[in-house]
Design a protein around this ligand. Structure first.
Ligand code: GLU
Length: 489
């Protein structure tokens, strides 16, 4: 009985890094399942033993966890249709391949690597049968038995129809037809006993009751081969959802498939560049899917509510780093302060080390202006090292300051601030406002020179009081005295 619940699967090969394309596939699979009350399965496709990379599976788990794509079944949590790692399912594929041989839909191939390499170089095969030249396709039965009995290494290949065409339906791309003669007699079972990806994914998707197969459009041309397998076994076809390519912008204005030369393409690398997982997820959701309402900001839960397959587009999506930065800035601005402080912690650490600073005030001045977390050290570096500045900075027309009254202002501010015991933003605020009144000047006249001396910069994140609060009393007073000294020279 076919399971009616919508079931999707993310089936990454552990190759050591999570490309944004893979992450988008995972996200759409998750969203398709969740938007229809279904289940999202994680399956590790590690049958290509030569390509395995140590630690790669952890990268997959970590990424899914960081973006919040919680799977319902998978290697780490089990489920009804496990195991969920293909290498642990190794022995299950062979009988299916043998069944196809019996049905005349597959055959044993004894070609040596040398022969195949030579064939590949001569290009003969590619021209005739999409790759392999079908040398072993019609070996006499006795010959096959003799070679098997002699222990000759073999693979099992799928026997493609020689004429006609195969048509299938994709929800995004519509009906697609491929001429059968273009289909290679692909390997199903390798000589090491492992299935190929092309075989294992069909068997597993069937056994795991996957209803919607979601993957990149580079698999479109393989789908007829998969369908011939489903047909041979008499299994129901899944619904196919192929996703558009992700392109990157080139310097000359053209676009090409997103690659490292366009910028970071791995999830971890984007995080290292200061992008928040939530912003990456939100942005990636829109790379190929268009919401019905005119809106761009969605949390994962909101995406799960609004997502629908008919909003997926077949035109290539362009990965725009500036747009991602815009999303990131939005997310940073809207983060609860405590969350921002936690996310920014490693960058604060770079500047302040273990020094105690007022993180709330720091967050107040940074959140509205930071677009990427990695900008933080550059923006707040002046807290650690007072820049060497020009005393002309003290002159400001609007604040009515000049080199003479700046001296008076700084002297008064130092005297006042030295008496502050509870070094808090509101206390500093109150004392300086009262001081300006007492001196009968407008606030700006007092605060301009104080801010210049405290920061050593004309343009600063935050105002004088915030900067003083973050610096701490000793450092603040020391800097005002340096300013004063500058003015005396
Ligand atoms: N293991 C394949 C990959 O990582 C999965 C493709 C698919 O979703 O079927 O590309």
């Amino acid at each position: 009985m076919q399971n009616q619940v919508v079931r999707t699967r993310f089936a990454p090969s552990p190759t050591g890094f999570m490309h944004v394309g893979n992450l988008r596939t995972a996200l759409y699979e998750y969203l398709i399942a969740k938007s229809m009350g279904g289940q999202f399965v994680l399956r590790i496709e590690d049958t290509d033993q030569e390509r395995l990379v140590e630690g790669a599976v952890d990268i997959i788990y970590n990424t899914l966890r960081k973006v919040g794509l919680q799977h319902d079944e998978g290697p780490d949590i089990g489920g009804e249709y496990g195991p969920y790692v293909q290498s642990l399912r190794k022995d299950l594929y062979k009988p299916y391949a043998e069944q196809l041989v019996e049905q005349g839909k597959a055959y044993y191939c004894f070609c040596t690597k040398e022969r195949l390499d030579a064939l590949h170089e001569s290009k003969d095969g590619e021209e005739s049968f999409g790759g392999y030249d079908r040398h072993c396709r019609d070996l006499p039965k006795e010959e096959v038995e003799r070679l098997l009995a002699a222990g000759t290494p073999y693979v099992i290949r799928q026997k493609m129809p020689v004429e006609g065409s195969t048509t299938f339906h994709d929800v995004v791309y519509g009906d697609i037809t491929i001429e059968n003669r273009e289909l290679e007699d692909q390997v199903l079972l390798k000589s090491d006993g492992y299935p190929t990806y092309n075989f294992a994914n069909v068997v597993d998707d069937h056994l795991m009751h996957i209803t919607h197969v979601v993957r990149g459009c580079e698999y479109l041309t393989s789908t007829p081969k998969y369908n011939l397998l489903y047909e041979a076994f008499g299994w129901a076809l899944p619904t196919y959802v192929h996703l558009p390519l992700i392109m990157g912008k080139n310097e000359d204005g053209s676009v090409s498939k997103l690659s490292k030369r366009h910028g970071a393409t791995g999830f971890e690398d984007l995080v290292k560049e200061g992008y928040l997982p939530e912003a990456i997820t939100n942005y990636i959701a829109l790379l190929g899917w268009c919401p019905k309402e005119n809106r761009e900001l969605f949390t994962l839960a909101e995406l799960a509510e609004h997502f629908s397959i008919d909003g997926i587009s077949k035109s290539p999506a362009v990965f725009d780093y500036d747009k991602l930065t815009w999303f990131n800035a939005e997310y940073i601005r809207n983060m609860p302060q405590a969350e921002f402080i936690a996310a920014a912690q490693p960058y604060f650490q770079q500047v302040f080390g273990d020094k105690q600073v007022n993180l709330e005030v720091l967050a107040t001045i940074l959140q509205p202006r930071v677009t990427k977390l990695t900008e933080i050290p550059g923006i707040i570096g002046f807290f650690q090292d007072l820049p060497d500045y020009d005393k002309e900075f003290f002159i400001n027309k609007k604040s009515k300051t000049n080199l003479e009254n700046s001296v008076t202002m700084l002297e008064a501010a130092i005297a006042e601030l030295e008496q502050v015991e509870d070094w808090q933003l509101d206390v500093i605020h109150e004392r300086l406002i009262a001081l300006a009144q007492q001196l009968e000047v407008k606030n700006g006249t007092l605060l301009w020179p104080v801010r210049i001396a405290a920061a050593g910069m004309l343009v600063t994140p935050g105002g004088a009081m915030e900067i003083l609060a973050i610096l701490g009393k000793d450092e603040a007073v020391r800097r005002l005295k340096i300013g004063l000294e500058k003015l005396h020279h």
